[in-house]
Design a protein around this ligand. Structure first.
Ligand code: BMP
Length: 212
């Protein structure tokens, strides 16, 4: 993914008009189940008019179903999908195969940014990142709430991109995440709750220096 501001907005709200207003301050728009289940999958193409869309379906199924989910995302205009890696390499390979047909990108979740992410995932996330790298994924998702984990996972990720959620509402800090090795931060509530334009612009300004 091309980096300008270093911000991926997590558009977990029904008000899609925000996308046009903040497009200038973000590099991509991430959509998740709440928006797609509420508005329908056509919302991906609608948003793709403003910025590349990452379909965060956290794909986690047997390979032929994972492939179908990825295909639906790409066919409907997504530039990238997010998949889980704990499924094992067969499912991730199936998603990658579909992505290659659409010139699409695949990002793999390492460990969730929430507290629960530490219960099971921290123990296996290194292996998941190794697998993602070996299979040729574009990048990983790693927690801004635990910058020390971003640092550790960056050592394994090499030059794969790291997208980091958990900034703001979950307690993570944008600048710390980038300094720890993230390429992009993923931000939802701290942008769309309140004045989205003001919030996105302020975040972009915070990151400008650290991205130089
Ligand atoms: P918020 O900035 O409002 O906390 O939203 C974070 C977004 O990032 C949500 O869309 C969530 O699904 C996603 N996310 C996350 O918070 N932690 C992860 O580990 C992985 C995610 O995809």
């Amino acid at each position: 993914m091309q980096r300008k501001t270093g911000i991926v907005v997590a558009l977990d709200v029904d008000d899609t008009s925000i996308a046009a207003k903040i497009a200038e301050w973000v590099d991509a728009i991430k959509v998740n189940y709440p928006l797609v289940l509420s508005k329908g999958i056509s919302v991906i193409r609608e948003l793709a008019a403003y910025k590349p869309v990452i379909a965060d379906f956290k794909i986690a199924d047997v390979p032929h179903i994972s492939a179908k989910i990825a295909e639906l995302a790409f066919k409907n205009g997504a530039k990238a999908v997010i998949t889980h890696g704990f499924t094992g390499s067969d499912s991730v390979k199936a998603v990658l195969k579909v992505a290659s047909q659409f010139d699409g990108e695949v990002y793999v979740v390492s460990e969730l940014s929430s507290e629960g992410g530490k219960e099971f995932m921290t123990g296996v996330s290194e292996k998941i990142v190794e697998m993602a790298k070996k299979l040729g994924c574009s990048g990983i998702i790693a927690p801004a709430t635990r910058p020390e984990r971003i640092k550790k996972l960056r050592e394994i990720a090499g030059n794969m991109q790291i997208l980091s959620p958990g900034v703001g509402a979950q307690g993570g800090k944008a600048v710390e995440a980038i300094r720890a090795g993230a390429d992009f931060i993923i931000v939802g509530r701290s942008i769309y709750e309140g004045d989205a334009v003001k919030n996105a612009k302020a975040l972009a300004e915070q990151l400008r220096e650290v991205l130089k």
